[in-house]
Every structure is written in structure tokens, then in C-alpha cells.
Design a protein around this ligand. Structure first.
Ligand SMILES: Nc1ncnc2c1ncn2[C@@H]1O[C@H](COP(=O)(O)OP(=O)(O)O)[C@@H](O)[C@H]1O
Ligand SMILES: [Mg+2]
Length: 234
């Protein structure tokens, strides 16, 4: 299924006052593709994702899809701990003006395996299940593209395994998935393509194998990644 371009970002830039957080970043996402965005703290990963999701306005450049068609899973879920899972989803479905909110909520619950927890108050859920709610919110509008900002950072190893299985399944079903991560091994295992951001610039796009090569061929991808950063002056 990969091959159909779902989203094209062209020369995206973002400045905060005099400070440039992102400079001329261009890439494409194709359906069913899993793309990892890696880079040091402050590289612009969250800024890039939030521009695509329409949470911030770009200073320059364009995105071919409107934000309504791009699902967004922030690092910190904006959920209400005192509401049930279903109530949270219903609230976001209305905020996002999804057509037929009840059907959208049922579909998102089903997709994320949360149907049997629908009535439970959010505060009673494990971290892994709260993250599922976060993802369910991102999927309410049935978007062709899903963005996740460091989705595994608060999860234990077992919860991570479940998360990646779910994300791989979404991509298999045709969703283009883009995630930011600090875990190079997750990028290696769960991304078809890797984007490396450093100081707001896209310094690499390619597969994990190509990243090994670009970083001097070290078999350890973390070492290759750091070599690449250093070779580019970061
Ligand atoms: N709201 C903001 N105001 C000013 N500077 C910001 C703001 N958000 C992010 N930045 C700056 O933009 C750069 C990129 O940040 P960010 O996208 O959060 O990086 P990452 O997610 O890769 O750690 C950093 O230098 C950060 O300090
Ligand atoms: Mg970030």
C-alpha cells in the first residue's frame, strides 16, 4: 500500500521572535508509512509536529493537508482525569466538530481496545491505558495521518510493546504515522524512514540502514546518529 503521498510539507519554518525553531523543513508522508523524527532536545521535533497539527502557525512554508485531517497525540494528554473515558472522547469529538460524535467515539474505543473501559474514570486507568485514550482522541476524526510526540516516553517496556504493536497495525491499515522519539532503537525497529532534526534543520532523511551509512557506518545506530550530528556541526 505505501506509495501514495498523503501529506507534503514544503519549506516549513517557525520563528519565535528572533529565535528560529525550524528552518525550511520539507518532506512527504505516504500512506501506510511510519516515519520517526529524531534529534537532540530543542531540535524542533515538537514544533514541527505542532505546525502540522495546526496548533501553531508556521512562519513560512506550507502543508498539503488541513489540520482537521491530521490526528494529533501530544506528549501530555489534555484529558480530564475526573471524567470517564467515554466522556473525555465525547468532549473532544465535539470540540473537534467531528461528524457523528457518538459513532466516532465508538470507533475510537474499539480501535484502541478501550471499549470495556469506556465507563471508567480516567484517573483509575494505568499509564498505558491513559496513553491509549490520548491516542483514541487523535483518531476521532479518522485521519489519514497520525502524529505522536514521544508516545512511549512515559510507558514501561510491556506497555511500549503494546503501543508499538498498535501503531504498526494502524500503519498496516494505511494510516501514515509520524512520531517523535528519543529512543533511537524505536526509530530503527518501528519506522520505515527516519528524519533527523538538529537546531531546527532537517539534516537527514532515509532508512535506518542509510542512517548507519551516513553516520560513518557504525553498526550501533546511536553511535552513527551522534557521528552524523557531529559531522554536521551539531
Ligand atoms: N513557545 C515557544 N516560545 C519560544 N521558543 C520556543 C517555544 N516553543 C519552542 N521553542 C524553542 O524552539 C526550539 C525547538 O523546540 P521543540 O520543538 O520543543 O524541540 P524538541 O521537541 O525537539 O525538543 C527550542 O529552542 C525551544 O526553546
Ligand atoms: Mg519535544
Amino acid at each position: 500500500m505505501p506509495g501514495v503521498v498523503t501529506l507534503r510539507a514544503e519549506a516549513l519554518s517557525k520563528a519565535f521572535g528572533a529565535r528560529s525553531a525550524l528552518r525550511d523543513v520539507s518532506f512527504e508522508l505516504t500512506s501506510g508509512e511510519r516515519v520517526a523524527v529524531i534529534g537532540p532536545n530543542g531540535a524542533g521535533k515538537t514544533t514541527l509536529l505542532s505546525l502540522l497539527a495546526g496548533l501553531q502557525r508556521a512562519t513560512g512554508g506550507s502543508v498539503s493537508l488541513p489540520p482537521e485531517q491530521i490526528g494529533w497525540v501530544p506528549q501530555q494528554a489534555a484529558v480530564y482525569k475526573r471524567l470517564s473515558v467515554r466522556e473525555n472522547l465525547r468532549l473532544f469529538a465535539r470540540l473537534e466538530r467531528v461528524d457523528d460524535p457518538d459513532a466516532a467515539v465508538d470507533r475510537a474505543l474499539e480501535l484502541t481496545g478501550l471499549a470495556d473501559r469506556a465507563k471508567d474514570e480516567l484517573s483509575t486507568l494505568s499509564g498505558g491505558n491513559q496513553q491509549r485514550v490520548n491516542i483514541a482522541i487523535g483518531l476521532l476524526a479518522d485521519p489519514p495521518v497520525l502524529l505522536l510526540d514521544e508516545p512511549s516516553s512515559s510507558l514501561d517496556p510491556r506497555q511500549r510493546a503494546i503501543l508499538w504493536e498498535f501503531i504498526d497495525g494502524l500503519a498496516d491499515a494505511g494510516t501514515a504515522v509520524m512520531f517523535a522519539t528519543h529512543e533511537i532503537d524505536e526509530a530503527q525497529r518501528h519506522a520505515d524512514r527516519i528524519l533527523v532534526l538538529a537546531d531546527g534543520e532537517l539534516i537527514f532523511t532515509g532508512t535506518a540502514d542509510e542512517l548507519h551509512a551516513a553516520g560513518g557506518g557504525d553498526p550501533d545506530l546511536v553511535v552513527a546518529f551522534v557521528s552524523l550530528l557531529e559531522a554536521q556541526g551539531h
